[in-house]
Design a protein around this ligand. Sequence first.
Ligand code: FES
Ligand SMILES: [Fe+2]
Length: 350
Amino acid sequence: MKKPLFKDKQEPMIPDQWYAILESNEIKPGRPMGVTRMAEKMVAWRDSAGTLTLMADKCPHRGVALSIGEVKSDCIQCPFHGFEYDRSGDCTLVPANGKTASPPKALHVQTYPTREAHGLVYIWWGQPRESYPPLPFFESLDEKFVYSTIRDHWQTHYSRAIENQLDVAHLPFVHRTTIGAGNKTIVNGPLVKVKNHYPLDNLLELWVYNEVDTGQTPLKAAQIPEPERRPFLQFRYPNVWHNWISADIRVFVAFAPIDHENTLMYLRYYHTTKTPVLRQITGFFGGLANRVIERQDKRVVMTQQPKRADLDIGETLVQSDGPIITYRKIRRALIEARPVPALQETEILS
Ligand code: FES
Ligand SMILES: [Fe+2]
């Protein structure tokens, strides 16, 4: 019998998607690593060729965590009675039965389809399939960039962390001393565009036109002329975000779902500075600035109730929340396996 996709119906993930959940360099050869992602305990380990395996962190013999075991002959060995499991999760050895005995078929560990790209580990959260779609990322973050990463644990659901990165009205308040200086409290629009190729590759693009309040009425998105510049923010479902600061400076976030109330933020500062010393200096100060900004967000977002965002959670949203409403509608449609609604700008903003 297939394991249900979700243990808890209250905690829906969008199924059948690639989620970025770790950075590749976190998993060292020969050192199994126990992590909780997608509300499941998992072990990540590499074989002698460096190939990554993600599997349930529970030995099917008597329940010990495989993450405290060892990698041996390209298998993971449970530390309790030495049973070994290969990359497919099948048991290859029960030492107490002797090495010539065939292990019982029931000794099988659930494994998860995995890919690595862009320095990230992706997990396929859904039913296995013959061929898989491309990994969600941003094509403009190419080889000319280098990056440094901040990892930070937020005690909230990943939907809240994502929404915070689509929320442009908070800048003059939460980031008064940093990127929100200047008291630009009026939010024109925001202009949001949706590019979706249901059920995969759903992209939100966002342009920001905040201004100082001089008594004017904020423009509605429909009144904003077609932008000439690239979007300030992009979000690709289910969990990656990109901030285009300039051609040479970007910020990227992967929101790795830990469980119902916890998210691991992988926040990267990308830049193209050429000389090695300047690279280090730029990376250091860019990373530092991002950490200050990230902590300003975290302090506020961790207090939001309920921890999981959704439609119909009793909030009263206003025009500047347009991108958040759009995010919620598309997320809900994907969870319910409905085609993503064709969102009219008027509908987004009403
Ligand atoms: S509990 Fe893992 S081998 Fe016995
Ligand atoms: Fe923020």
